[in-house]
Every structure is written in C-alpha cells, then in structure tokens.
Design a protein around this ligand. Sequence first.
Ligand code: AMP
Length: 429
Amino acid sequence: MKLLVIGSGGREHALVWKLAQSPHATQMWCAPGNAGIARERLARNALPVECVDIAAENLPQLLAFARENKIDLTVVGPDNPLALGIVDLFQRNGLRIWGPGQKAAQFESSKVFSQWFMERYGIPTARAGTFSEPAPAKAFAASLDGKCVVKADGLALGKGVLICGNIAEAEKAVDEIMVGKAFGAAGASVVIQEFLEGIEVSLHALCDGKTAKLFPTSQDHKRALDGDQGLNTGGMGTYSPAPFLNDAELKKVGDAILNPWLRGCAAEKIDFRGILYPGVMLTKNGPRVLEFNARFGDPETQVYLTRLENDLVELLDASVNGMLGRIELKWNPMASVCVVMASGGYPGNYAKGKPIYGLDETSRLSHVKVFHAGTALKDGHVVTNGGRVLGVTALGKDLKSAQAAAYAAVQKIQFEGAQYRRDIAAKAF
Ligand code: AMP
C-alpha cells in the first residue's frame, strides 16, 4: 500500500514510525515531514520515507500529489486540514483518506457546536452557556462569580481558552475575545464553562462511523514549567497508562461519554471516522468533558503508539471501511513516558537552527524512541526548527522505569537552550 501522512510534528513522526512497521506499507511519503521522519525506513522493503515540501494546509497541492502518486491511503495528523475539509475533498476525487470529514471535525473546530451536542445528547460536561454577544456572556460569567473558563468558538492554535478566577478577569476575557478579537473570527462566539477542579486525563477512541474503540488512559502536561507553572503549551510530555482510573472505571467513563456520543452522531448523521479525543476532568462529582478534539493528541500519540501492538495500517483501514467492530485493540502492558525537549523561550519567541547532538547515541538505546517534532536538516546535520523539538519516549516495565529511561535518554541529547520539564509522570506517584 502507498501511504501519505500529512503533518510535520511529533505526532506525525510517531504515526509514520508505526505505519512503517506494517508489512502492508510498500511506499510512504510525508508532507511536509521533518528530519526524523526522513530517516525512517519501511520494514517491508527498507525504502526510506520521503518528505515532500507541501504544507499541511495546501489542500490543492496535496490532492494533486496523492493523485499523481496513486496514494492508496492518506493519513491526516493535524486539525487544520481536517477543519478545512481535506477528507471531503479527497473523497470527492475518489481517494481514500483517514480522518473525520468537515462536518464531523466540528467537534474540534467549533466549541459552540460541541457544547450544544454534549448538552443535547446528555454527555457529562461542565455547566456552560454559549454566546454571540458580550453582555449576556458577562452576565453568565457573573452568575458563576467569575470562576469560569472563556473559550473562543473556533480554532485558535490551542490558545483561545482563558481561565478566570473573578468577575473582573472574566469580563476582560470576554472583551479580549469578542470585542478585541484577540483570536480573530474564532472569537465571534464563545463558550463559557464553570471552572472545574479535578484530575485531567486524555481519552482517545478510534472510530469508524458506528463503533468507538477506547484506548488506555494517558495524561498530558500542558504548562511549560515543573509543577504546572508557566505558560500553556502544546504539551510538554505525556505518559500512559495514567493510574487515576482502573480498567473497570475507564470502561465506565468511556461508556458514559461514548455511548451518548455515538447515539448523537447517528441522530445528527455525523459519520465520524478517525480519532475522537475528549479532554476529561475527573471531578468529585464524576467525569466531565471539557472539550473534544478530532485527531490524535500530540504528544499523546507518542506514548500510545509505542504501546500499541496492532498493525496501524490495518486499524486505520478498518476505521475508513467501517470494519472496526471486528478488531480488538492490543496494548503492550509496559508503561510509556514521553518527555518533550523544547527550544529555549518556548512557548514565547525562540531561535531556530541550533545543531542537535546525541541523536545517534540515543538511537542505539533499547526501548527508547526519539520522535522529532520541530527539526530540519541543515548541511546534513539535524537542527532545531520549532518550539517543541523532540519527544524522547521510553517504555519500561512500570511508569517509574519508563520515566527513568526517558530522562536517561534526555541527558544524552544536547542543543543550545534546550528546555524540558523534570516532572513528567510525577503526578502518577
Ligand atoms: P480546552 O482547549 O477546552 O481543553 O482547554 C484547554 C485547557 O484549559 C484544558 O486542558 C484544561 O486544563 C483547561 N480547562 C478547560 N476547560 C476547563 C474547565 N471547565 N475547568 C477547568 N479547566 C478547564
């Protein structure tokens, strides 16, 4: 099978790495990819994965490339092309592609849509209101004493969510998003949710339009600094499994979310084929969905795919064909920990082009995989090329050993200004 993966981050490197292990993969491209992806080879024939210089949002060029190269299956990593309707476009042109169509991708591209859907179909979520005018939005925030989270409706690079502790902060947040248009058109409407306390976990379910297969638990670390201090980031590290739910509890939480979600999708004629990734707060009153994403998490993918034992080509194929019902997901019982190494200054301004040392040494470690996120090749050497640079991922017999192995590998890698959290997975202990 000829495969095309779209995207350039750590998630896409993990997808490429796992897909490349499948005997079904005969040739693979990644658009635009990164330096780590370009080093992967297919297990079946040792052919290298080729990176093609087409941006993930350049739908016409991606379509032309897929047609020209007779791609059998395109795999979409990031949310943007999904929200832009890449799946619908490819399907109209007779090409097979994995990911939700534009209507189904609304679970991520519109927080107003998601909130309405959750309330309509009884999915446990935060008490919330949706607003297209600032005055009623502020009145609702005041009814919560200002202890709320104000969310821009549309995609805002993960930044359109403002956490408020009092009425003044909430009013400022509403003004920033709705009047000041801090996130542009994404802020024409907002969702305001009550602020929830608890433990946050990431759930993932692979869906085929009728069935949703739940993954094990994982936990992300969104803040830049140890102890959940500092600014919000795309994610500084993950681990799986997270110990806050045992198997029976996970099944219960999954059912409470996915059963009404599947019923709602059927009622609304939403044909969701892809990953549904609910962000969930485990509160003392039970689980509450904070938001839905419509793709693999980054860096959740890195810990999930190092534990997944199934052939990923077969899984994604079954997801596209509506045949997941017959498949059982198999997980390595070992634990996985991913530590993100970022450029100095991230998530603010940072420099690019810093040479990275130690990658060859870490590639010889067993049970360790260094996924590239923001990297590029310059004169044959791997250099930094983004905020999140590497996702150093290790398996261990338990979380403690996986954590130790991941940090031992991190110690072997150097680039100027490298920053990373020292406490990934610490919450589990
Ligand atoms: P979202 O993009 O909606 O997941 O929000 C980003 C982050 O904001 C989440 O990962 C949570 O840490 C936090 N957050 C979102 N909604 C709430 C809420 N209702 N209560 C507390 N924290 C929240």
